[in-house]
Ligand binder design. Sequence first.
Ligand SMILES: C[S@@+](CC[C@H](N)C(=O)[O-])C[C@H]1O[C@@H](n2cnc3c(N)ncnc32)[C@H](O)[C@@H]1O
Length: 436
Amino acid sequence: MTTINLKPDSLAFSLHGAAQAVAAVGRGVALPQALAQIFAQTHALPQARGAIQDLSYYSMRHIGRAESLLNAMTTKPTEPAVLHGLLCCALALVSDAQEGEPRYSDFTVVDQAVTAAAADPDMAHAKGMVNAVLRRFLRERDALMKSAAGKQFARWNYPDWWIDRMRSAYPETWQAILEAGNAAPPLTLRVNRRKTTVDDYLAMLAAQSVLATRVGADAVKLAQPTPVNLIPGFNEGLVSVQDAAAQLAAPLLDLRDGMRVLDACAAPGGKSGHILESADVELIALDNEARRVPRIAENLERLQLQAQLLTGDASSTDWWDGKPFDRILADVPCTASGIVRRHPDIRWLRRKGDTTQLAAISAKILDNLWQMLQADGKLLFVTCSLWPQESEAQAAAFAVRNNATRLPAPGQLLPTASADHDHDGLFYALFQKTVS
Ligand SMILES: C[S@@+](CC[C@H](N)C(=O)[O-])C[C@H]1O[C@@H](n2cnc3c(N)ncnc32)[C@H](O)[C@@H]1O
């Protein structure tokens, strides 16, 4: 990151950081990694980091519209990429006023965007252009917004192929699904039944004036986003951060004490923790990415729970000791199209062909795991995808290939946000190995 002279508590500073994050996503870097790099190179205090992060996520949620507006006002690509990012972040902010949630006055956004450009040697030459583009938007707002609303990627903030595919997979509900993916996600916690109960935890929150509601058997939604180390009881392992739909995995596994259980795609260990909170089982937690395995260890350590951690490929038997499992959780890699409200960059990073590629990998993983299952054992197949090729079609083809008995499970859960039900879009299919 270029060293710049901007006040860390200014909007110009946040705009400058967010512009770099948006530019990095344009180069194919995932937003969390982009932010980590930016934070590593700046010496911003936590509050300034929080502001950059908020603005980056906010901008990614509106980037389709912002790019469409920018394209309408420029005749050639805006370069360098950070300048493009700065204009998109500023346009995301000023164009939102139209929708009734202004966060800053138009004047402040224009002034601070020009200040950010002027402070950066890579953009200083273009500060007049930043001023001109943003002022033109303010003058011609109605016409420009009307034109942007006519383009589906600007209206919905997804790539065209994504919108077309959603419409064809869900002809009745595609608009609600796309809207749900643009909403800010809730902060949902899983209460650790080994340490407390949902009622006692809600009482503890109320005593500290923290507003929260129950959204599942063990799930509690906080009314306000809160850094994890400030969540009451988090450091003591009373709760973990986990979406309410993800909290269905452990109960579906129908666990009993003494079982041998495999979590085959385990990192960062969210579902592993829930499995161990639910019963005294022997858990093997496997992941093929060595750098992600320590995350499982960290999560289990905080919960004071233990598993055997392995780095290995779930589509191979190299790591297996040959002893069958009573239960297998296969939370396979997927496009993550069901969790885009938490990761608004994913839709822009994915390519159309990724689904076919990932579905082929998952099929291989599922077929391989099936042979490791005890007779009468159960395998739970999970994805956080909304694409049928990765979920229902995959489950149906797997059942036929392996003669697997399908047991009741939720199937495709669509992303939802209401007072009582607020969860991501996950898919669940449960299979039993019946012996004839
Ligand atoms: C959806 S995430 C799992 C989330 C995890 N179950 C949880 O609840 O925290 C998928 C994981 O699968 C891992 N993975 C991808 N391909 C794999 C493979 N062939 N074998 C094992 N793990 C794999 C990824 O590294 C990633 O950590």
